[in-house]
Design a protein around this ligand. Structure first.
Ligand code: FMN
Length: 299
C-alpha cells in the first residue's frame, strides 16, 4: 500500500504524529509538510490512501491546511483519513475537521476515519513533564491502533450532526483574521537574539523577513507559534499572546523513558486542570483494550 500524508504543523507535534503513522503503517509512507517553503506536493494519484493532518487552532483547522485541501485535485475515488492534534481532548474540538472532510468528499475522496491525538500545548501553558510523558506514550499506542484499523479498511461515520458545537467555525474564522492583523506585532528582542535565523526557517507562511538587520513580521501569520516555540533564546515576543507563550520543545522520547516521572498521571492522579483529560484517556483506554493493545508496550 502507498500512503501520502499531507501535514500542516507549526511546532512539530502533528509532524511527530505523522512520523508515528509512517512507523506503524505497514506501507510505503510519504510525509509532505504543507508550507510555503515546501516544494510541489506529491499528487494523490500515485497513492492508495491519503492522510490529512493538522493542529487544532481555536477549535478549527488552520487556514493553510484548508487552502491546501481546496487545491488538491479531484479524483475518481481515493480512500482518505484525517488526523488532528491538540492540547486537550475535549469534544468541543470535534467540529474542526468537518470543513476539510466536506471539501475532500466533494473532490471524490472517501474519508473513512479520523483520529484526534492529544499532544502537549504549544500555547496557553506548558504541560508538566508527567503529562507530556503520558501524552506521548498514549499517542504512540493510539496511532498504532489506528494504523491497524486503516490496514483492515475500518470505516466510521466521520460526519458530525449539525447541532454539535455549531459555533466553533466562527471562533476559528475570527482567530485566523485576527492572526493576520496581529502578525506585525510579533517582535524579536535584539538583546537576546543570536541571529540564528531559526524563526525565519520555522515560519511555514514565509511571514518573517530580515530588513536592514531587523526581523520584520508581516500580515501572513496564522499563529502557528513555530517562530517563538523554536527560538533557542526565547527572544520572540508574540504580541498580545505573550502571557500564553510556550517556548522550547518537549523532550518527548526522553520523558517517556524517564522512570522517575510517574505514569499514568491521568486518570490515577488527575488533579486541577488535568481532570479535563479523564474522559479522553478513558475513551482511548477502552479502544486500546478492545484491540488488545497493552499500553505497557509503549512505556
Ligand atoms: C493559535 C493556537 C490555537 C490553539 N487552539 C487550540 C484549541 O482550540 N484546542 C486545543 O485543544 N488546542 C489548541 N491549541 C494547541 C495545539 O492544537 C497543539 O499544541 C498542537 O498539537 C500543535 O501542533 P503543531 O505542533 O503540529 O503545530 C492551539 C494552539 C495554537 C498555537
Amino acid at each position: 500500500m502507498k500512503v501520502a500524508l499531507y501535514v500542516f504543523s507549526g511546532t512539530g507535534n502533528t509532524l511527530k504524529v505523522a512520523a508515528l503513522y509512517k512507523k506503524y503503517l505497514n506501507a510505503d509512507v510519504t510525509v509532505y509538510r504543507v508550507s510555503e517553503k515546501s516544494g510541489k506536493a506529491p499528487s494523490p494519484e500515485g497513492f492508495d490512501l491519503i492522510g490529512v493532518g493538522y493542529p487544532i487552532h481555536a477549535f478549527c483547522a488552520p487556514e493553510p491546511i484548508i487552502k491546501f485541501v481546496k487545491n488538491l485535485p479531484a479524483v475518481a475515488y481515493r480512500r482518505a483519513f484525517v488526523f488532528k492534534t491538540s492540547g486537550e481532548g475535549l469534544h468541543v474540538n470535534d467540529r474542526s475537521s468537518q470543513k476539510l472532510i466536506k471539501i475532500l468528499t466533494k473532490k471524490g475522496y472517501d474519508v473513512t476515519m479520523e483520529r484526534h491525538v492529544v499532544m502537549p500545548y504549544n500555547m496557553i501553558y506548558r504541560h508538566s513533564d508527567a503529562m507530556a510523558k503520558q501524552m506521548w506514550i498514549y499517542a504512540k499506542a493510539f496511532v498504532k491502533l489506528s494504523c491497524g484499523e486503516l490496514e483492515s479498511f475500518k470505516r466510521e461515520n466521520v460526519k458530525l450532526p449539525f447541532y454539535r458545537h455549531p459555533f466553533m467555525p466562527l471562533i476559528g474564522w475570527v482567530e485566523q483574521r485576527f492572526a493576520h492583523l496581529h502578525g506585525p506585532l510579533f517582535k524579536v528582542d535584539k538583546n537576546k537574539c543570536i541571529d540564528c535565523g531559526k524563526c525565519v526557517a520555522a515560519c511555514p507562511e514565509n511571514n518573517i523577513e530580515k530588513v536592514d538587520g531587523k526581523f520584520k513580521f508581516g500580515h501572513k501569520c496564522v499563529l502557528c507559534m513555530g517562530c517563538s516555540f523554536g527560538c533557542p533564546m526565547n527572544a520572540v515576543n508574540v504580541g498580545v499572546f505573550r502571557f500564553w507563550k510556550v517556548n522550547g520543545s518537549y523532550r518527548l522520547e526522553e520523558l517517556a523513558k524517564d522512570e522517575n516521572i510517574e505514569f499514568p498521571l491521568v486518570p490515577n492522579l488527575a488533579k486541577g486542570i488535568y481532570r479535563l483529560y479523564k474522559k479522553y484517556y478513558r475513551e482511548v483506554n477502552e479502544m486500546l483494550e478492545e484491540a488488545n493493545i497493552d499500553i505497557g508496550e509503549f512505556v
